[in-house]
Design a protein around this ligand. Structure first.
Ligand SMILES: [Zn+2]
Length: 91
């Protein structure tokens, strides 16, 4: 569907501080989510503090943003986490 394709493009860049805060508060708000994320993704390593991409969540009706949360286990992509519904998705 065209609308879904459009929404898979990066929405914005955010600072490492914004990204880390968004991920931390999302994980803190949902029991077990940190474990699920750890099972699905390798830890995000951003020692340089570079800006990271964020995407609009594709879940129907979700107003959230998906923040960079880690790497795919094969390192071929980024794993993103929605700050509103807790969806974990490959980007
Ligand atoms: Zn969402």
């Amino acid at each position: 569907m065209p609308s879904n394709v459009a929404q898979s493009y990066p929405y914005k860049k955010e600072s490492e501080a914004e990204r880390a805060a968004a991920i931390a508060s999302t994980l803190a708000a949902r029991e077990g989510l940190a474990d699920r994320l750890a099972a699905e993704a390798l830890p995000y390593d951003n020692d340089a503090g570079d800006e990271a991409w964020a995407w609009r969540c594709r879940s129907v009706g979700c107003p959230g943003l998906m923040h960079t949360a880690g790497y795919a286990r094969d390192r071929r992509g980024l794993v993103a986490l929605c700050d509103a519904c807790g969806t974990i998705a490959l980007r």
